[in-house]
Design a protein around this ligand. Sequence first.
Ligand code: ATP
Ligand SMILES: Cc1cn([C@H]2C[C@H](O)[C@@H](COP(=O)(O)O)O2)c(=O)[nH]c1=O
Length: 207
Amino acid sequence: MKGIFITIEGPDGAGKTTQRELLKEYLEKKGYDVLITRDPGGNPISEAIREVILNKDFTEMGYMTELLLYASARAQLVKENIKPALDAGQAVIADRFVDSSAVYQGIGRGLGVDTVYKVNEFALQGIMPDMTFLMDLDAQEGISRKKNQAELDRMENEKMEFHQKVVDGYRMLADMHTERIVKIDATLPIDEIHGIIVGYVEKKLNL
Ligand SMILES: Nc1ncnc2c1ncn2[C@@H]1O[C@H](COP(=O)(O)OP(=O)(O)OP(=O)(O)O)[C@@H](O)[C@H]1O
Ligand SMILES: Cc1cn([C@H]2C[C@H](O)[C@@H](COP(=O)(O)O)O2)c(=O)[nH]c1=O
């Protein structure tokens, strides 16, 4: 049996992790075996790559290096965590996936969305999300939600212009993939957003 793969996307601080946890609880109550994970991360190798990518001292990192490091972390995440879980029939909920690369590296860094998907083809092993929820929030509001502004990482430290490109890129991607990506107003209260997500998931899973 093949499981279901749900991703939660959006700019930094948009509420992705909050919604991932609530959806996990909901699906577990419904009897699903759930794996939650994050990209980059989710296993020791991908977490180690994450440390390198987000290190705020590595300001000299090239955009192509950045793209390849995200793809490497994702290759290990797919191999070690996501593929085995889906093969075992689990529900996988990931905080970010390849759409983040499309938007941050493809659009934000200007490498091009096609280049991003081409590079990631090797990492994905044919796996794409069944459903994606986009937490749609303006860039400034997302960054402002981060409690400790002194601890912003290398990506969060980018100029507001970059973060706004990311937000616009997500909106464009959602408009291009309405069959998979659901855009949600992330300024709504947490419970209301959870209710909207549950509505879509119930429909998809016939719950
Ligand atoms: N709908 C909401 N309205 C107001 N605040 C929210 C909402 N959802 C989450 N928050 C708060 O915003 C902050 C960031 O939330 P969260 O960590 O879930 O975002 P994130 O998108 O996972 O962030 P990151 O991109 O850094 O991983 C937290 O303090 C959280 O409690
Ligand atoms: C997967 C992925 C992520 N990013 C960026 C987005 C965030 O700024 C960080 C990840 O931090 P989070 O706390 O897990 O949200 O990395 C990216 O630029 N490209 C990607 O593919």
